[in-house]
Design a protein around this ligand. Structure first.
Ligand code: DGP
Length: 116
C-alpha cells in the first residue's frame, strides 16, 4: 500500500524537495530533529529494510551518494552528521516506504539512550 511519500515523490502533495532524479527523491523532514534533517527516499516503493534485495544494491548505493552530496551542500560534511534507517516497530519506523534520514548541523549526542 502506498504511503504519503509516494505522493510527495509524484509532486501530488507539497514538500520542501531538495533533490530528485530518476531513482531517488530527497526532501526536508516535516518534523526536523536537527538543523538539517533530510529524507532520501527511493522513488520505487520498498516498504522496509527487510524488503531490500540484491536487485536494489545499485539503488541503495545511490541513496548513499546523494546523502553525501546533500551533506556537502548543507555544509555539514566537515563537522559530521548521522544517517539513519529505521525498520519496523522496534526501529521506530513510522512511514513504510524505505528512507534514509540525513541529520546534522549540531552535535547529535549518543546514538541511543540505554533503557535496557
Ligand atoms: P521514520 O520514523 O523513520 O519512518 O520517519 C518518518 C519521517 O517522515 C518522520 O521523521 C516524519 C517524516 N514525515 C512524515 N510525514 C511527512 C510528510 O508528509 N512530509 C514530510 N516532509 N515529512 C514527513
Amino acid at each position: 500500500m502506498s504511503t504519503i511519500f509516494a505522493k510527495i515523490i509524484a509532486g501530488e502533495i507539497p514538500s520542501d524537495m531538495v533533490f530528485q532524479d530518476d531513482q531517488v527523491t530527497a526532501f526536508r523532514d516535516i518534523s526536523p530533529q536537527a538543523p538539517t534533517h533530510i529524507l532520501i527516499v527511493p522513488n520505487r516503493e520498498i516498504p522496509t529494510a527487510n524488503d531490500v534485495s540484491a536487485a536494489d544494491e545499485q539503488l541503495l548505493g545511490h541513496m548513499f551518494v546523494v546523502a553525501r552530496q546533500l551533506a556537502a551542500e548543507e555544509e555539514i560534511d566537515a563537522n559530521g552528521y548521522r544517517l539513519i534507517i529505521n525498520c519496523n516497530e522496534h526501529g521506530g519506523q513510522e512511514v513504510y516506504h524505505l528512507h534514509l534520514h540525513l541529520l546534522g548541523g549540531r552535535p547529535l549526542g549518543p546514538m541511543l539512550t540505554r533503557r535496557t
